[in-house]
Ligand binder design. Structure first.
Ligand SMILES: [Zn+2]
Length: 81
């Protein structure tokens, strides 16, 4: 369940929306607008058991190929030192 404080940095959690990102094979799936509790310090997102279950269902469908993952453009940059 949701801890009172962030387990990583002890920051305060605020209710909000998060993006859940996971790799499916060679593709990356992003579930948008996931209700979550987000740490105000490190940005770690915590999900309730119900939301985790819903994410699991989406991920299972994605792995089974039931959901078409849309390719997203990722910018590639070089670090200039
Ligand atoms: Zn944190």
């Amino acid at each position: 369940m949701i801890p009172d404080r962030c387990t990583f940095c002890k920051g305060t959690l605020h209710e909000g929306k998060s993006e859940f990102m996971a790799r499916v094979g060679d593709e990356v799936i992003i579930i948008k607008d996931v209700p979550a509790y987000i740490c105000d310090r490190c940005g770690e997102a915590y999900y309730t058991a119900d939301i985790s279950r819903r994410i699991d269902v989406v991920m299972r469908d994605a792995h089974l190929g039931k959901i078409q993952c849309r390719p997203i453009a990722a910018g590639e940059v070089e670090l200039v030192i």
